[in-house]
Design a protein around this ligand. Structure first.
Ligand code: ATP
Ligand code: MG
Length: 300
């Protein structure tokens, strides 16, 4: 199974959540994290990894073969034992490597081949993405997608018009809100899609997943014990359950030719209920003792 994790605006914690998702993927599946962020990798620096093996060495090797074992041969290991293929921190280099890897005649096959193996999940940190991203071919070949967004009005406004197109990138798209902001029901009412859940603001849990402090081994302080890690585990279980056996097989055609997937539509809400001027966030129902108080910038 191949899961693409991404954002379309800001830095809502895609890398952090990707590490959590891979670290907390339910057994018996073997999970592996691949950094596919065209703006450059962070995991290598955060966890003081060697510069190789990683995405660069994988791209070179993938020119010659698409053995399912190849991806595993280019991993290093995070403190909890999670295998990771780290991207180079330099954005130009990362883009070049991803362009090579995303070429269907060479690199993309190696990621897909590994993800097709039984009881295997490849989590791809695709970073902030747009239509021109070199990671886009990998996103489109994924079985599932997790879109992270903060839940303030400006973040949601950027998403509103793009959601119908984003929902067609993969067969199983899901949206996660990060931190405080509008409630899932409010987001659902305005965007027409129901978020899968909310990633809590968890500075300590996030710091561990970002390799801080550097000497820390995971164990009692690891993602299994943080609020962030626990949400990641629940999301992993939902994504895992959504995968029917045929979905793990290679696709037969372009995504556009397949049945139109949905980003968890809400019954009765039009697919794109947004005005031409942007996102309309509906007023919240008045609180019992706040009848005359106008609404603040975001919901708690
Ligand atoms: N749920 C969270 N709660 C608190 N802090 C978080 C959370 N997720 C991430 N962070 C913190 O936010 C910062 C950015 O996180 P991260 O690198 O995962 O974001 P990103 O979306 O991958 O950014 P970029 O677009 O630059 O790759 C890190 O310092 C991380 O510790
Ligand atoms: Mg990142």
């Amino acid at each position: 199974m191949l899961v693409a994790v991404l954002s379309v605006k800001g830095s809502p914690g895609v890398t952090t959540f990707s590490v959590a998702l891979a670290a907390r993927w339910p057994s018996p599946a073997r999970a592996l994290l691949v950094e596919a962020d065209p703006s450059g990798g962070d995991v290598g620096t955060r966890f003081s990894l060697e510069s190789t093996p990683g995405l660069v060495s994988l791209a070179v090797a993938a020119r010659r073969n698409d053995d399912p074992a190849l991806l595993w041969q280019h991993t290093q290991t995070l403190p909890g034992g999670l295998p990771v293929v780290a991207a180079p921190p330099d954005a130009d280099r990362a883009r070049a490597v991803l362009s090579a890897l995303a070429d269907p005649t060479t690199g993309a096959g190696v990621v897909r081949a590994a993800a097709n193996a039984p009881d295997t999940v490849v989590i791809m940190d695709c970073g902030r993405i747009d239509a021109g991203s070199p990671a886009m071919p990998i996103v489109r070949s994924a079985d599932a997608m997790v879109l992270l967004t903060r839940a303030h009005a400006d973040d949601l406004a950027h998403l509103a018009r793009r959601l119908p197109a984003i929902g067609r990138w993969t067969a199983h798209p899901a949206m996660l809100l990060v931190g405080d902001g509008y409630a899932p029901a409010e987001v659902a009412r305005e965007l027409g899609v129901l978020p899968l859940g909310r990633v809590p603001d968890d500075p300590h849990g996030a710091a561990v997943l970002c390799g801080r402090p550097r000497s820390l081994r995971w164990g009692r302080s690891g993602p299994a014990h943080s609020a962030l890690g626990q949400v990641a585990h629940k999301v992993a279980k939902v994504l895992h359950a959504e995968q029917e056996p045929p979905a793990a097989l290679p696709r037969q055609g372009p995504v556009e030719s397949q049945p139109v997937p949905v980003l968890r539509p809400v019954p009765g809400v039009p697919a794109n209920p947004v005005s031409a001027t942007g996102l309309r966030l509906a007023p919240a129902p008045p609180q019992p003792n706040q009848e005359n108080t106008s609404r603040g910038g975001h919901a708690s």
